[in-house]
Design a protein around this ligand. Structure first.
Ligand SMILES: Nc1nc2c(ncn2[C@@H]2O[C@H](COP(=O)(O)OP(=O)(O)OP(=O)(O)O)[C@@H](O)[C@H]2O)c(=O)[nH]1
Length: 321
């Protein structure tokens, strides 16, 4: 085990003679542990969807970190949790499948929360994946003092010992404060297999554009109604087409998307008085979508009821799960 002191320094770049490496890493941890935010901080652009509510990440989003010596492809998985619905079970399957396929696993533990049964459950599962190097990442270090941080470092180290393995590294980071984020990439890179780059330079994610657009709409739709509709919203982009008859220097992309809810009674919450909420959702997400795609967008949103979609296999398939 080698714990890294909390200092902002990037390790020296390896000499040019060392082989190029490329591979996959995933961050695991309880919902809300800061995995998506960390992915974004490493990649430097918004690719995964973050929110202050658990279980917002539904799709495996890859962020790609391009370096001279390595290409690190980050797979952001949904949080592992006790499944209550069919959707919950599918999400956990996605998590486990991802773990078995990557080159490095980063276990994320927030510095400001005591190691709990949820963390232990995950680390126990990790202990069973023998071959893959595992890094413990203490996230959100900006929220605690050094004493609390030291205790957390010891606790996570002891937990691994208890379960019969050692972390390849233990790294405290703050994605929000941009502390040690570069160092984390430095530590992951040598753990990747020798390989030429797997993605063209400049690619930040291979997530299909339509899925990313749907996620941006869902994020905007969740804002402000999380208490009323925590997990009941799904978004499907039906169509993305360049508007015909536009001059070349004034393109417009037409996007048609459906916002699905589970019950008719939820319709009013999403749409808001006189349609104001839905309009806000459109305005807000359109801005993000235009930034992502680099083109002006006309966004057409419809609210539809997909009855109890979280429990219905047919509906789940239709909604892309
Ligand atoms: N202060 C502070 N807050 C952070 C940091 N990283 C993440 N957060 C906050 O913690 C919350 C959860 O972050 P996410 O990145 O969405 O967490 P996640 O683990 O991806 O969550 P799920 O998608 O539910 O699995 C958000 O409100 C973030 O802004 C950090 O370094 N410092």
């Amino acid at each position: 085990m080698s714990a890294r002191p909390n200092q902002e320094s990037a390790a020296p770049q390896p000499e040019t003679t060392s082989p190029h490496r490329a591979g996959f890493a995933c961050f695991v941890g309880r919902p809300n542990a800061g995995k998506s935010t960390l992915t974004n901080a490493l990649v430097g652009q918004k690719v995964a969807i973050t929110s202050n509510r658990p279980q917002t990440t539904r799709h495996t989003v890859r962020g790609i970190v391009h370096r001279d010596d390595a290409q690190l492809i980050l797979v952001d998985t949904p949080g592992l949790h006790k499944p209550r619905t069919l959707l919950g079970e599918r999400l956990n399957d996605v998590v486990r499948t991802t773990w078995a396929e990557v080159d490095v696993i980063g276990f994320c533990l927030p510095a400001d929360q005591k190691l709990g049964p949820g963390d232990k459950y995950i680390v126990k599962e990790l202990a069973g994946i023998r071959k893959t190097p595992k890094i413990a990442i203490i996230t959100k270090t900006d929220l605690v003092d050094s004493k609390t941080l030291a205790e957390q470092l010891l606790a996570v180290s002891a937990l691994a010992q208890e379960l019969g393995f050692e972390w390849a590294e233990i790294v405290p980071v703050s994605a929000v404060g941009d502390q040690q984020v570069g160092l984390l990439a430095d530590l992951i890179a040598p753990l990747l297999p020798e390989s030429p780059p797997l993605y063209p330079e400049g690619d930040l994610t291979d997530e299909p554009e339509m899925v990313m657009v749907a996620e941006l709409i869902r994020e905007a739709a969740l804002e402000g109604v999380r208490d009323e509709l925590p997990h009941s919203i799904a978004v499907v982009v039906e169509e993305m087409l360049p508007r015909e008859d536009r001059p070349a220097d004034k393109p417009l992309l037409d996007i048609h998307a459906n916002v699905y809810i589970e019950r008719p009674s939820q319709k009013g919450i999403i749409i808001g008085p006189k349609g104001k909420r839905l309009k806000d959702v459109g305005t807000k997400s359109r801005k993000h979508i235009e930034a992502l795609l680099g083109t002006p967008v006309y966004l057409d949103l419809h609210v539809k009821v997909a009855k109890d979609w979280q429990r219905d296999p047919k509906q789940l398939r239709k909604l892309g799960f």
